[in-house]
Design a protein around this ligand. Sequence first.
Ligand SMILES: O=C(CO)[C@H](O)[C@H](O)COP(=O)(O)O
Length: 223
Amino acid sequence: MNDDKKAAALAAIAEVRDGMLVGLGTGSTAAFAIAGLGDRVAQGLAIRAVATSAASERLARAAGILIVDFAGVSRVDLTIDGADEIDSRLFAIKGAGGAMLREKIVAASSDRMIVIADGSKRVARIGAAKLPVEILPFAAAYVLRVLAEMGGAPVVRADYRTDQGNLVADCRFTMPDDVGTLAATLAGIPGVLGHGLFLNEVDAAYIADDGIVTRLERSGASA
Ligand SMILES: O=C(CO)[C@H](O)[C@H](O)COP(=O)(O)O
């Protein structure tokens, strides 16, 4: 599985070119991309990067990648990130690592966003993975009530805060056909700061099975 994570990551970082501002994802697959980019930087690749988590920022700095503060960045050239599930529509569930809020913001700012994954993440239709929801602590009781009433059976991650100091509740929704309505409803709950449904952000996916990397491309996206 780790070999496939690495194979997908190395295939994706081949898209990174000199001068790019690169979004660095979070998680074990993204870590392979960060390490691979570090190797290319050591060989002369000139890039800057923004990180989607404190953990990825640490990894990137240790790998010799120049990190800039995303607060001053309006556009990223290319973001490479992992996922918990991805389907052929390039709908993804993210956030097992709790970084989905920053990941979605960086993805939204990116001209191109690539998911990298081993084959275990590829599904016919997203929905089996837990769907994480980031919650402002002030709003916790109210938001948990609403999520429960929506059928999400939320479970708050114990002893856990995001990089922004917020709570995460992992939900189990029966995924409707109209997943866009669920995504919009979740985003509209006061006190919900983000969630792990990525429906519009992913332009391409590199998925590796037994060393064979397949690229899925959103129709209309440029490679
Ligand atoms: O969304 C994420 C973190 O918030 C990760 O990208 C996702 O959980 C996949 O992680 P891994 O590559 O370790 O399986």
